[in-house]
Each structure stands twice: as C-alpha cells, then as structure tokens.
Design a protein around this ligand. Structure first.
Ligand code: ZN
Length: 258
C-alpha cells in the first residue's frame, strides 16, 4: 500500500482495483460539498456507490487516503484514465456556480501534488485546459472530470486555478523558478494596476514572487503588490508606475523564460 506521508487519515475503500499502468498524471476533483476526510471515507466505504478517490482534502487542509497509489480509484468516470492518474477530491467551502475551495485545502493540494510528483518521477505538471490531449500525458498530465461526464467537477474555481497550481508545484519541484507557462503570461495581460482583482492579478503576484517579492497571492492587487511591482520595475529599469502593461510584460517574459 503506497501512500503519501502527508496522509493523516486512512480509510481504505473497497472500490478499487490493482493498478495496471504507471502513474503519469493527476485528476483534481471537487466534492461538491464541504465534507471532512472522515465523512468522505465513510461515503467511499459503501461498495454499492462504486465511487472512490486516491486522496481527499478537507477545507481545513487535512489529507485522507482511500485508495493507495498502487490501486486505481473509481473517480473520473473513465477506467483507463483512472488507471493512469492519482485522483484527489477537494472539499468546497462554497457552492455553485464556482465551487470555491479554501486556501488551506489549496495549500494541502499543492503539497500533495508535489509529493506525488517526486515519488512517481513526474518531473512537471502540464496543463493546457485541452480535452483533445487526453491520453497524451507527455503534453498534458492533469485531467478534468467534466471532460468525461456531465458534471461541473472540478468546479470553475479549481478548474481555472489548474494553471497556477501546476506553476506552483513546478516551482517547488525545481526548487526555484518554474518554467513559464506561456498561456499564464498571456493570461496576465492586459494592464494590471492598483485595485485589480482576480486570477490575472494573482498570476502577476506569483510571477513577482519568483523575484523574491513574498506577496500573498490572493488575487487582490493592493498597496503591497503595487509597491512590489514598482520595486521590480525600478530594478529592471522600467518606468516605475506600478502598472503592469506591455513593457513590463515583455520584461517579465524575457526574465522568466531566460
Ligand atoms: Zn470529479
């Protein structure tokens, strides 16, 4: 029984089969409820439900294991896919349409993904949000449940964060600067300035953190973010206006892509 050392609760589900493929990717799911790791384990203990996941994460960041990694779970509505991936159910502290996830759960998710990548010799997480790449794990090794069933899973909130989650896991795997994902850089356009909120602001915060800014990447581009951006602009001889436009973008791209 192979499982992450980050596991805090183990409740082995009967809904599993011995894995026949190597682990080459991940499926991040949402529970569509705010279950604890124990209540999710109880849910998966029922054989008639024919449902399970390798791991579950509650909103307080606790990690449960229900199907050890050497077994495949019944999670993604596709047996072949489940045989190739580790599946992770994440609790929602918000409801539809976004299915929000807590920061504690996100932190635990990133830590778990990093650990699983290291132990399974997966050098990099790749996410293109492209269903047509299913099965081409060398091009995209994260899969979304919504591609295989009429479901919102993993919810828009987690789905839209897949690129950032991959970038953060990759940054950790590389012990520093992650290879840039072009789509993320492009996604960070157009101009981001004080008061900007959302995913683009968050991506910029994460990119600034590659340069040691130490910002909280909460997607709220407030005074601390503006000050960090101005310092970064000054350092790289750009107009220090605290506004992230095309020139700053070009410079960021150049620096990160080396
Ligand atoms: Zn799912």
């Amino acid at each position: 029984m192979i499982m992450s050392n980050l596991t805090r609760v183990t409740m082995i589900s009967p809904n599993k089969k011995k894995r026949t493929s190597d682990i080459v990717g991940f499926g991040v799911h949402c529970m569509a409820c705010n279950a604890t790791v124990v209540s999710l384990g109880n849910h998966f203990s029922n054989k008639s439900r024919k449902a399970s996941s390798n791991y579950g994460i509650s909103s307080d960041g606790l990690i449960g294991c229900y199907v050890p990694e050497d077994y495949r779970s019944q999670c993604t509505s596709n047996r072949v896919v489940d045989d190739h991936i580790i599946t992770i159910e994440v609790a929602n502290d918000g409801r539809e349409p976004d299915w929000h996830v807590s920061n504690a759960a996100l932190d635990a998710l990133v830590a778990l993904l990093e650990d699983c990548c290291r132990r399974n010799n997966i050098p990099e997480l790749k996410w293109k949000a492209d269903k047509s790449l299913v099965g081409q794990y060398d091009k995209q090794n994260m899969v979304a449940h919504r591609w295989f069933a009429n479901k919102a899973c993993p919810g828009d909130y987690l789905y839209n964060l897949h690129g950032s989650i991959a970038a953060e896991v990759n940054r950790r795997l590389n012990g520093g600067v992650a290879p840039v994902q072009q789509d993320q850089m492009l996604a960070a356009l157009p101009t981001i300035k004080r008061g900007a909120t959302g995913e683009k602001a968050r991506l910029l915060q994460q990119n600034l953190n590659r340069f040691g800014c130490g910002l909280k990447d909460d997607g709220k581009f407030g005074p601390a973010s503006v000050a960090a951006l101005k310092a970064w602009q000054t350092k790289y001889r750009l107009a220090a206006d605290g506004s992230y436009g095309p020139k700053s973008y070009q410079k960021m791209k150049e620096l990160i892509e080396g």
